[in-house]
Design a protein around this ligand. Structure first.
Ligand code: ZN
Ligand code: ZN
Length: 208
């Protein structure tokens, strides 16, 4: 499908991105790494630098918010702004995102586990870029029900752990439907959802 952006007049290519590509490209735009995003588009789609730049300049970094004006009520993906006419890809925010990872980080309570060696441990971050971006596909979540990423854990919060995040029924459903996973994180007081092996630098958490 070819569209014209009414704001800048450029022809817009509709993108068919996998979850993994969307996550990566959107993540780069959000972190203001637009040059890397342009390069990735050129590499993945074999298009010219100019076309890739046009694509990236129409990816708005926040769902709903127009790239070119104050309008923050864009309602669907691949949409034209009602106010200024600019085309916005308007990607829905990935479900496995930095907001979820910060909530998970704050919910981890190691003093509660009854394990002497992890007393005083805390978590300084959960990486929202898993080792294998393919694991973010809906097919993977349905089949393997897990994502493996890094987390920073220890007395200074600095040890690098391999964290396996296991999905339960509610989180698989939410993931499939593009809904937030935050409500699927068990309560702090609940100690059964965290399994930690400090000697192997490994941790496993089970979502609801
Ligand atoms: Zn435009
Ligand atoms: Zn606009």
């Amino acid at each position: 499908m070819k569209l014209n952006c009414k704001k800048c007049g450029n022809e817009i290519n509709e993108l068919n991105l996998s979850e993994e590509q969307k996550f990566e490209i959107w993540g780069m735009v959000k972190q203001d790494l637009k040059l890397f995003a342009v390069k990735k588009i050129i590499d993945d789609f074999g298009i010219s630098h100019k076309e890739a730049k046009v694509i990236i300049s129409h990816i708005n970094s926040e769902y709903g918010k127009c790239n070119r004006c104050e309008n923050d009520e864009l309602e669907s993906e691949n949409t034209e702004c009602q106010k200024c006419g600019a085309f916005n890809y308007n990607f829905k925010e990935p479900v496995f995102n930095s907001e979820f990872c910060s909530h998970l980080e704050y919910r981890l309570d190691f003093n509660n586990l009854g394990i002497e060696s992890v007393q005083g441990f805390w978590c300084d971050g959960v990486d929202c870029f898993p080792y294998d971006l393919k694991s973010l596909s809906k097919e993977n979540i349905e089949k393997n029900k897990s994502i493996v990423t890094r987390a920073w854990i220890g007395k200074g919060g600095q040890g690098i752990y391999e964290m396996k995040i296991k999905f339960g029924k509610q989180s698989v459903d939410n993931y499939k439907n593009g809904l937030s996973l935050i409500e699927c994180i068990p309560k702090r007081e609940n100690r059964n959802w965290i399994k930690i092996e400090p000697e192997n630098k490994r941790i496993q958490v089970s979502l609801k």
